[in-house]
Design a protein. Sequence first.
Length: 454
Amino acid sequence: MEDHGVALERAHTHALAWLVSLGTRPVPASASIEDVVARLGPDLPDGPSDPAEVVDLLAVACEPGLTAMPSGRFFGFVIGGTHPAALAADWLTSAWDQNSGLRRITPAHSAVEDVAERWLVDLLGLPEGSAVGFVTGGTMANFTCLAAGRDAVLREAGWDVAERGLVGGPGVRVLVGAERHDTVDLALRYLGLGAPEPVAVDGEGRIDPTALASALEDGDERPTMVVLQAGNVHSGAFDPFAEAVPLAHEHGAWVHVDGAFGLFAAASGTHRHLVAGFEAADSWATDAHKTLNVPYDCGLAIVRDRAALRASMGMHGDYLIHDEAGEPFDKVPEISRRGRAFPVWAVLRALGRDGVADLVDRLCTHATALAKGIGDIEGAEVLNDVVFTQVCAAFGDDDHTQAVVQAMLDDGTAWMTGSRWHDRAVLRVSVSNWSTSEDDVERSLAALREAAGR
Ligand SMILES: *Cc1c(COP(=O)(O)O)cnc(C)c1O
């Protein structure tokens, strides 16, 4: 126990120092990969070391090479921070070291997973009884949901994938919005379905229901899946679910919604209109490590038909299983996995229903303030309708926009990602950290004004 006590105390001290430093440290890392290797020492030692000393070495060597992703001024990609309750629960998760694949050996995790599943489905206003698989992230959530969908549409066509594989089968056609996230394509590749067929989108990246209708009616009779999106990474826009889902269902398609960061709009009374009609879909993917602010890694694969998910992910293969509860591993690709439900439960318990709504609303309010501030900068142009947490802006031509992105990174006050959208270099801002404050927004805008003026 001595070893544990000292090593954990050191980890606690280093963790707190890191969290305290977030308020003032530059957001980008100051050390390179080579610097960190040199600090750690490149060679595997022959003999053992004291665990506490190893923790010290790791912390000290890595600290300058850490990007302040949990900072309130990190607006890159769609990252999310770590809520204190979720972070602390994640520490316990590691200490408890539960292999949470089987119900009977880990009653505590199974209980927490059951409760968190019910809370999430309720909070998001999804069909009661939907299954939630706790996976590593949005990519695997898309994969898991689309596996259930693939197998279901093929089963409907009289083809059992588990038994016969894909070769020689009727095939599956997948329709996606032209601006779906790349990980949807990746998940489809893992599933042996090849590249999807893109359907036209509007100026905000929302799927065009008329184009979707004509694609569905073009005479291709293969079993079909339609992948819709809640939250475009550039514009934050949501597909028109109320029109698109019934259209797809009229053609017998499985409808999946990729809502890696946007699905949580459903938890806010103010923003729920963005997902109107999404509850009629068959599956939904989201990340807990983005908008919900649990530490990496945690994604949520939500499927209306529990038996369909179990048929695809379970080790029984059989569609009709009589064990009511099922096993946690029946809902995810892995057998052994960490207790991901603990931090999810903790953040939901800490925030409560109103707290989650307030979190979502605050992220959106900050995004609106950032858009307003950017719009006021001479020569800047906000390119999207800011309906959620994402802002896309250009500063004149591509060269100048890229120079502004670089100047922001060099300054270090905040991190915003450079990207391309609609064939244009853009600065992309994503507000996804619970701790972002008005002061963070002001400081970041001041740095951006400065960068744009250079
Ligand atoms: C982030 C994201 C993903 C992928 O999620 P990971 O957690 O990075 O695997 C998928 N879709 C959308 C819309 C995303 O924003």
